[in-house]
Design a binder for this molecule. Sequence first.
Ligand code: GLU
Length: 418
Amino acid sequence: MQELDTHTFRLAVAQFDQAAEAMRLDPNLRERLKLPQRSLVVSLPVRMDDERVEVFTGYRVQHDSSRGPSKGGIRYHPDVSLGEVAALAMWMTWKCALAGLPYGGAKGGVKVAPKKLSQAELQRLTRRYAAEIFPLIGPDKDVPAPDVGTDAQVMAWIMDTYSQQVGYAVPGVVTGKPLSLGGSLGREEATGRGVVYVTMEALRYLKMPIENATVAIQGFGNVGSHTALIMQQQGARVIAVSDASGGIYNAKGLDVQELLRRYRTAGHSLRDTKLGDAITNEELLQLDCTVLVPAALSEQITGKNANHLRCRILAEGANGPTTLDADRILEDKGVFIIPDILANSGGVIVSYFEWVQDLQRFFWSETEIQHRLQDIITSAFQRTLHFSTERRTSMRMAALMSGIDHVAQAHLQRGLYP
Ligand code: GLU
């Protein structure tokens, strides 16, 4: 499909093809699963603070709903396109299936630079977007959540817009909400916490104690910052972090708590925190460290720089951070990869808890959430590792093949309509 043809979509399809080939997936299913089930493109006229009307483009793509409602975040970023959203939706399908969550995959996005909007503009944009995708979403249909450039406040506006349309409060229509609206304890840090849990499993498997581990993290948004904090709490040494404007490095280890405090007061500039030496994003990726966590955007580790990576473990906090060329190079170098659909699944796992709590109107303690998260993500890791050693395939292929197999079974058992 020409409309979908972007780098990210090609990467998602190439990964799928590789897995489908290796597992000899039924060719009829293969054609279907390469494409989204349903895609919606919407135009969003928004009144700006200076009274002008600006028109933004938004998307919601549902890749699959064979195993339950579709699930996935909403991204606000200037590079958002239909192809990127479709790729991210496909990854959500495999991610949910791998973790055993009763969901299919979806993703949404608006092509916008959210930091350039005022809060009032952001709210009007979000409400118009929610109204335009209204026919597609709902607690039993498709449940959005935060992603790059969106947060709990954006989810609150979507929940309110949806609830105004139906006439009563529907907390289960989105996850990642504020606690006051039926959000879940532990959701905000969940993706980072999940990254740490699977990294701890990998370290144990490689017989490396976490106390000696050094960690470099690309990206200091929700995923990167929480990963840094929790890694440190678990005893690892965080030696470098970066955001879009560059990073800082400190061989002795950064005091992450202090870093976060200064980052917020220093106008979100890592360098102005003065806690380490300035480095570029590219230099961060090439640092000698135990664990490298790409937690920013897709296709950061490519055929061009993969050879220069010096980490033992690559824990993919972001979606699609590694290209296929890079995968081959890293495999040859013996880097242990915890693939994105496994490493960053903590977010959607706790989103699932939030949805269950909303539907039951019964809320759990933070300890219960952490235990259940650790339980689910650790067993997904162990199953993937087992599959990978048994079938002599990479961790990425093992994760994809298990996810795809669950979805394929559901399709075959439901049969073809009509
Ligand atoms: N946006 C997150 C992801 O890519 C979370 C999705 C969700 O919680 O539904 O996994």
